[in-house]
Design a protein around this ligand. Structure first.
Ligand SMILES: Cc1cc2nc3c(=O)[nH]c(=O)nc-3n(C[C@H](O)[C@H](O)[C@H](O)COP(=O)(O)OP(=O)(O)OC[C@H]3O[C@@H](n4cnc5c(N)ncnc54)[C@H](O)[C@@H]3O)c2cc1C
Length: 414
């Protein structure tokens, strides 16, 4: 591309958000793209944090639908001398603000009138999914009023995070992004700025990588710092003026996300392409590939395609690639590597190494959708892709100002 320097895997460089979804220590107002005068008057920054704090301290009786309780263990009595219960948390498997939609293994320890009960809050969309059941999930989500119930607040014990962080044996060669403050507070600030500023753009601008219209909440949802249910409730409650954007957002947050969870959990062949896709990819296995790149070249954003390089750079430098570009990015890996198997392996490697929201069912299904056509249909046949849906550079130029994005994310310091 002529504008890539250095090695994207090089490390310990703080990953900065040039698009700045939020500042270093983001307050809701710092995260604003375009401050709204009337909203400024209406509520000061931090209103959501305040609201939740207030609700936590209120001694109001919480309405609770007991149908959503299910014992997950035969052991209803806790052994004398037991000191704790292991709480295995991943993504929406969490205590705060959650009815654990789609969590199948979690046990909650809840203290009810001084009796200890091991229970699981009943699943929301608990269904085996095979093939393209997007419609089923959508219908079930719409018809499942339990999902939109307020959820319990719990208080937690302080944790020495510095000590915990030092003790972790993790890959520290990927820099830490500055725009995202980890933890629930950071997530709530981001949610607040989404409701105040970006939500109204979501319906019309979510596919424009130059517009700051997405929620940016995936990292907090991924790590269980924010509950998807809490986000859905809050957006429905506070985003009434945002019109169609609310339902478009719920479609992503609830329907698409639940589809990936249920697909990966229930489908024994979740890592295989559908028969039609396998066939078509096999037929085109020997097709001539005009460009072939190694994993390293891709990782270092050294392709001929400035848009692809920019997307890769956005992911490496900020830890979050725009959602629209993720599709283009993965499809080009299919086009520029020697086999679909290699393409999937590289896409998952890069996604899970650099995306803050990586290593989760959304990413797995996203890569499988792009490369192996899951939850999709066959399209017009063409070289390399066969009937897998194709995307190209020209198509992107029709959707958004590609040159603007390339200028902004032309890799500079890597
Ligand atoms: C190749 C590829 C890789 C992807 N990798 C990941 C990944 O590693 N982790 C991840 O969370 N998402 C992934 N996605 C899905 C989607 O791109 C991201 O969830 C989204 O861009 C996150 O940004 P956001 O929170 O600002 O999104 P918003 O558009 O504001 O959406 C809000 C939430 O809805 C959910 N969501 C949105 N789009 C999807 C989708 N297509 N499928 C399932 N859930 C969705 C997420 O929980 C997201 O946080 C991937 C998609 C593709 C095509």
């Amino acid at each position: 591309s002529g504008c890539v320097r250095g090695n994207t895997t090089r490390a310990n460089v703080k990953r900065k958000a040039t698009s700045a979804p939020a500042g270093k220590k983001p307050t809701a107002k710092q995260q604003k793209l375009v401050p709204l005068k009337e909203e400024k008057k209406e509520r000061a920054g931090g209103w959501l944090q305040e609201k939740l704090k207030q609700r936590r301290t209120e001694k109001k009786e919480m309405k609770f639908n007991k149908k959503r309780l299910r014992f997950v263990s035969d052991t209803e009595k806790i052994k004398q001398g037991s000191e704790g219960v292991l709480y295995w948390m991943s993504r929406d498997h969490r205590v705060q603000g959650e009815h654990t939609p789609s969590s199948k293994t979690i046990r909650h320890l809840v203290c009810l009138n001084s009796f200890l009960v091991l229970l699981k809050l009943q699943d929301v969309i608990d269904m085996p999914i095979s093939g393209s059941s997007l419609l089923n999930v959508r219908l079930k989500a719409q018809n499942f009023p339990h999902f939109f119930l307020s959820s319990p607040f719990f208080t937690s014990q302080p944790v020495d995070w510095d000590k915990t962080l030092v003790s972790l044996q993790v890959d520290r060669t990927v820099g830490e992004p500055e725009w995202a403050t980890p933890g629930t507070k950071g997530g709530i600030a981001m949610l607040e700025s989404f409701i105040d500023v970006r939500l109204k753009l979501f319906d019309t601008k979510r596919n424009d990588p130059n517009a700051d219209a997405l929620s940016h909440l995936s990292p907090w949802i991924r790590f269980g710092h924010l509950s998807a249910q809490r986000v859905a409730l809050q957006v429905q409650h506070s985003g009434k003026k945002a019109g169609q954007s609310v339902s478009s957002f719920i479609e992503e947050l609830v329907v698409r996300r639940e589809l990936t969870d249920n697909f990966c959990f229930y489908n024994k062949k979740y890592d295989s392409a559908s028969e039609w896709a396998q066939k078509t990819l096999e037929v085109h296995a020997e097709d001539n590939r005009p460009y072939l790149y190694t994993r390293q070249q891709l990782e270092e954003a050294k392709t001929h395609d400035k848009l692809w390089n920019a997307a890769q750079y956005q992911m490496v430098s900020e830890g979050k690639m725009h959602g629209f570009l993720r599709m283009y990015w993965a499809k080009k890996i299919l086009e520029w590597t020697s086999s679909p198997k290699e393409a999937l392996s590289i896409a998952l490697y890069l996604n899970d190494r650099y995306e803050l929201d990586g290593q989760d069912p959304n990413g797995f299904v996203g890569c499988m959708w792009s490369i192996c056509g899951i939850h999709d249909q066959g399209w017009r046949e063409r070289a390399v892709f066969g009937k897998i849906r194709y995307m190209n550079y020209k198509g992107c130029t029709r959707k958004f100002d590609v040159a603007q994005f390339e200028r902004k994310y032309c890799p500079k310091k890597l």
